[in-house]
Design a protein around this ligand. Structure first.
Ligand SMILES: Cc1ncc(COP(=O)(O)O)c(C=O)c1O
Length: 423
């Protein structure tokens, strides 16, 4: 009998002491069986699983890794601040320095309220819009992910109908649908929350039109309501500024997290002068929201965003990857769709409703040392290079070849078919 792998052993132990064996977006429940659950180490653009396998990691910790895992300058700032002070009875001046840096950097921002996770920031934004208007109804794009508070968690379990009340859905990029939702809200419209681009899992990613973003801005202006952008995932990966600032539709509130401290725990709600009263009215806080060490790391991150060509670097790498994958897929005669910005790609196979081809291809990539995702967008970081792309293309060549040879024999994807048939 083959010896049990370290990953299998950790899974067994976790099964006994962790709900579901693992929970949330880091669970491998909806990934191919070959995907490891536990990782031991990370560096630059690579991760090592507990079985000792090394991968180029296109998930980037689901976003936070922008400048590479363990970036020396960022982590040195974190460690130095840790040596001075981190979580205390009151905040450190680092908080004010970071707020000043963000206000100076993001066009619509006049103030900053720091928290830990993206959900903290999106939830505070919704509360602040309601507090500022004295109204309840929030419009949100159908299918958008804003985190896991009871008002927005994707599964209904454990929430009440009331948690979800006062929300009206519209379709992303659809001005008529947005206008209809605003009309339905009537005088109770408190705000509109939207991710700057459509990044739904499983679906082709969609960029916003400027007309759509401006229509959302106009509705909020006309109705004295608040526009909230959820930049938690997109933040600094597609622009140095807010994405809808670039489109001429600056939000009142914007929620950021993930890359802010390059993997250290920090998120922030930013807002315009007009939005300040709402943020001042609500009571939100947390034991660790004021920790200084992640803020010291974020100061370095922001300086890099301002002063280095990091964005051009990830766009160049992302473009090389998109072009290379497109070429190798068509050489194999495989319908392979790449959507979203090149820095946040999502890949899908043609004629693959239950993702059996996607699962097979990703498993083949994994075997070749490349960690990709079959239904969630991935991320490019600055530690990636032309060599990373070249190695990925070589792996993809092999994986497309294996897929072509096996596709007609692939069985149904039992992990996903029930979920996708309900969607
Ligand atoms: C668009 C968006 N909003 C909010 C969140 C929630 O962020 P967090 O998981 O840090 O609470 C996420 C997380 O993936 C996200 O992608």
């Amino acid at each position: 009998m083959a010896a049990k792998t370290a990953d299998a052993t950790w899974r067994e132990r976790a099964q006994r002491v962790v709900p579901g064996g693992m929970y949330g977006h880091l669970s491998t429940r909806l990934l191919p069986d070959s995907y490891p659950q536990f990782f031991e180490r990370s560096s630059g653009t690579r991760i090592w699983d507990v079985n000792g396998n090394e991968y180029v990691d296109y998930m980037c910790a689901f976003g936070p890794n922008l400048f590479g895992y363990g970036d020396a300058e960022i982590d040195d700032a974190y460690i130095a601040q840790l040596g001075i002070a981190d979580t205390m009875t009151g905040p450190s001046p680092v908080l004010v320095k970071l707020a000043e840096a963000l206000v100076a950097h993001i066009s619509h921002a006049e103030w900053a309220l720091f928290c830990k996770n993206g959900t903290d920031a999106t939830t505070a934004a919704v509360m602040a819009a309601r507090a500022a208007t004295g109204r309840s109804t929030i419009l949100r794009a159908r299918g958008s992910y804003h985190g896991t508070s009871p008002w927005c968690t994707p599964l209904q379990a454990g929430t009440t109908k009331e948690d979800r009340s006062h929300q009206i859905y519209f379709d992303f990029n659809d001005i008529a649908s947005l206008a209809a939702a605003a009309a339905e809200a009537g005088p109770d419209l408190a705000g509109i929350i939207a991710t700057p681009l459509n990044q739904h899992a499983f679906l082709t990613q969609q960029l916003p039109t400027a007309e759509y973003a401006k229509a959302a801005r106009k509705i909020c202006d006309e109705r004295d309501a608040y526009l909230i952008t959820d930049e938690v995932r997109t933040g600094f990966r597609c622009s140095r500024d807010g994405l809808w600032d670039d489109l001429g539709a600056p939000p009142d509130f914007s929620a950021w997290g993930k890359v802010l401290a390059n993997g250290h725990s920090l998120s922030v709600l930013l807002g315009s002068a007009r939005a300040r009263a709402g943020a001042e009215a609500i009571f939100v806080t947390g034991s660790f929201w004021f920790s200084a060490a992640p803020m010291a790391a974020a100061l370095v991150v922001l300086r890099r965003i301002r002063e280095t060509p990091y964005l051009e670097t990830i766009e160049r790498i992302g473009t090389q990857l998109r072009t290379g994958l497109g070429e190798v897929a068509s050489r194999h005669g495989v319908g392979f769709e790449q959507s979203g910005p090149v820095t946040m790609p999502l890949w899908k196979f043609a004629d693959d409703p239950d993702l059996r081809a996607g699962f097979f291809w990703c498993s083949e990539m994994l075997r070749r040392g490349i960690y990709t995702h079959p239904w969630h967008n991935m991320f490019i970081n600055t530690a990636m290079s032309e060599q990373t792309v070249a190695a990925t293309i070589v792996a993809a060549d092999g994986a497309f070849g294996a897929l072509t040879a096996s596709r007609s024999q692939l069985g149904p994807n039992l992990k996903l078919s029930a979920l996708l048939s309900r969607a």
